[in-house]
Design a protein around this ligand. Structure first.
Ligand code: C2E
Ligand code: CA
Ligand code: CA
Ligand code: CA
Length: 274
């Protein structure tokens, strides 16, 4: 049967309304889950490529709703950002990650860094720095063991970002640029910020399989020339690893080493390595 315009319109409308219903659902449930502390934090090892040793762990939030099931951060983080829930969510993850690292350090799994993702929206919140200080104080974590991952979108509000990042740097925390290469920033701008590391976005690492490797090589070389450390994300096979080592990329992370794991499984991994 021939579909007329009206059918299409109804179909389109239905999809749009499903989309808004799900979004509203996610917002409501996320608010409740946050209040009830039902979000989990998983940790993915970051490897020092030369030695193969675990350098640190990236904290990644996880949400399994009793009715809606597992919801990806790719879906709910943007909603949390849009609705402002990211402020509470971000504080929750920061607090949990710092506390967990302190526990591990006290059980003698030392020299570990924890990286926490920070949305630009959080950086723009006027109590952000204060809250980082508060969490470090409460958990008694040495700031040098904490790394905050921000994205290139901070350059859109460069004056403010510069001020906040300098304050964070003065406290002693480490700073990295996440998903590097996908945003609008230039190395020239980032060079003027107190950034320690660039995390090369996984799309570039993925390209190692197919394209030529020139782009990754160039990013690493330019990064090194400007005194950034480099982390490659999304390493999934040995070919990628070998090439990154050859280009002198210091750190890496990806399914090839380990997927993100709950704290108890990270413990098993650390015990095995000990
Ligand atoms: P991201 O910060 O770039 O984190 C890396 C993502 O890549 C994670 O997805 C991780 O599970 C995935 N990944 C790790 N290794 C591999 C690999 O070898 N191959 C592939 N294909 N993927 C890999 P995840 O956990 O689903 O998180 C997605 C995004 O959600 C994160 O991207 C980050 O932007 C955001 N996110 C997660 N947790 C938080 C959080 O606590 N706060 C904020 N603000 N954002 C978060
Ligand atoms: Ca990240
Ligand atoms: Ca990333
Ligand atoms: Ca990402």
């Amino acid at each position: 049967a021939k579909k007329n315009w009206n059918d299409n319109f109804t179909f389109f409308n239905q999809n749009l309304s499903d989309y808004y219903t799900r979004k509203a659902n996610i917002e409501n449930h996320l608010r409740k889950s946050l209040m009830m502390e039902q979000l989990q934090v998983h940790y993915q090892p970051i490897i020092e490529l030369d030695s193969g040793k675990i350098f640190g762990l990236e904290a990644l939030v996880r949400w399994e709703h009793p009715k809606m099931g597992i919801i990806s951060p790719e879906e709910f983080i943007p909603i949390a950002e849009e609705t402002g829930l990211i402020i509470d969510l971000g504080n929750y993850v920061l607090q949990k990650a710092c506390k967990q690292l302190k526990i591990w350090q006290e059980s003698d799994f030392d020299l570990i860094h924890v990286s926490v993702n920070i949305s630009t929206r959080q950086l723009e919140h006027n109590q952000f720095v204060e809250n980082v200080i508060k969490v470090l104080k409460e958990t008694k974590l040495n700031p040098m063991h904490l790394e905050l991952e921000v994205t290139e979108s901070i350059v859109q509000n460069i004056k403010h970002s510069q001020k906040i990042l300098n304050e964070l740097k003065n406290i002693g925390v480490n700073l990295s640029i996440d998903d590097f290469g996908t945003g609008y920033s230039s190395l020239n701008i980032l060079h003027h910020l107190p950034i320690d590391k660039l995390k090369i976005d996984k799309t570039f690492i993925n390209d190692i399989n197919t394209n030529d490797y020139a782009l990754v090589k160039t990013i690493i070389e330019m990064g090194h020339n400007l005194n950034f450390s480099l982390i490659a994300e999304g390493i999934e096979n040995e070919q990628q690893l070998n090439l990154l080592k050859q280009y002198k990329c210091q750190y890496g992370q990806g399914y090839y080493f380990s997927k993100p794991l709950p704290a108890n499984e990270i413990e098993k991994l650390l015990l095995k390595k000990k």
